[in-house]
Design a protein around this ligand. Structure first.
Ligand code: SF4
Length: 247
């Protein structure tokens, strides 16, 4: 079904009202607790569009940042500009150290991510984990992760204390399904990454993301050449201690 056709079914999803209320409640609660020490790092994926809309609508004080790994699709960079224009905000670009990137390429080649799982993880560490870790030091952060994205994410909780980065992590969209996300995006007329219309399920760096086919979970297009366990995450989301609710 085309995304525009799905939008017509909005009225058949009465549970959406509660989903939105609960997500906004969690975002507001996180902001009350951490104030300016709360940030939302987004990869500008489809769930991120919902998060950005809710933040800009209900808690616009929250700072929004994005990782520019230097390897993103042009479509992702275009979406960044569209979102800034729509909401009148600046989504700050966090970039990796040019020295670390240059050293990594000199030692392992520009396509190191295809040579071994450990080199792929090194690339993710240099281009993603290290810059975000610096940015999140001493801060709490929001994510757009959902339980239905992959088997690994089924076990997530709404609030994670002492995550590997920052002091706390909040997952306001945990209970949303992919269809819920798309209904919201289409109903609200939000811009989204054009790659989703080319059957991409989850969008990361250009060389490490491909379109998915029927029956594959949406993150299976990430690092698809690796075995499933190694390919599921990039290291940004590790070692949570959970807190079920945030009241
Ligand atoms: S997703 Fe690929 S290109 Fe991007 S940081 Fe990880 S390994 Fe490197």
């Amino acid at each position: 079904m085309e995304h525009k056709d799905k939008a017509a079914l909005w009225t058949l999803r009465p549970h959406m009202e509660n989903l939105i209320l609960n997500s906004v409640k969690l975002i507001r609660g996180a902001h009350e607790e951490y104030s300016s020490n709360l940030v939302y790092p987004t990869s500008l994926g489809i769930s991120g569009n919902v998060m950005i809309d809710m933040i800009c609508t209900y808690v616009p004080e929250i700072k929004i940042i994005t990782l520019d790994t230097g390897m993103l699709h042009p479509e992702t960079l275009q979406l960044h500009q569209k979102l800034e224009a729509k909401y009148g905000i600046v989504i700050e670009r966090i970039k990796p150290s040019v020295f670390e990137v240059a050293s990594m390429i000199e030692n392992h080649g520009v396509d190191l991510y295809r040579k071994s799982v450990s080199l792929r993880k090194l690339c993710c560490e240099v281009r993603k984990v290290n810059p975000l870790k610096d940015e999140l030091h001493g801060k709490a952060w929001l994510t757009g992760r959902r339980s239905d994205q992959s088997d690994i994410r089924l076990e997530l909780e709404q609030v994670e204390l002492n995550p590997s980065m920052g002091v706390a992590k909040f997952n306001p969209l945990l209970s949303w399904s992919r269809d819920d996300i798309w209904f919201y995006v289409l109903k609200m007329g939000l811009p989204y990454n054009n790659l989703f219309d080319q059957h991409y399920g989850s969008i990361g760096c250009a060389p490490c993301t491909r379109a998915v086919t029927v029956g594959e979970d949406e993150r299976s297009g990430r690092w698809w050449w690796e075995n499933k366990d190694a390919a599921s995450e990039c290291g940004l989301h590790m070692n949570p201690i959970s807190r079920q609710t945030h009241e």
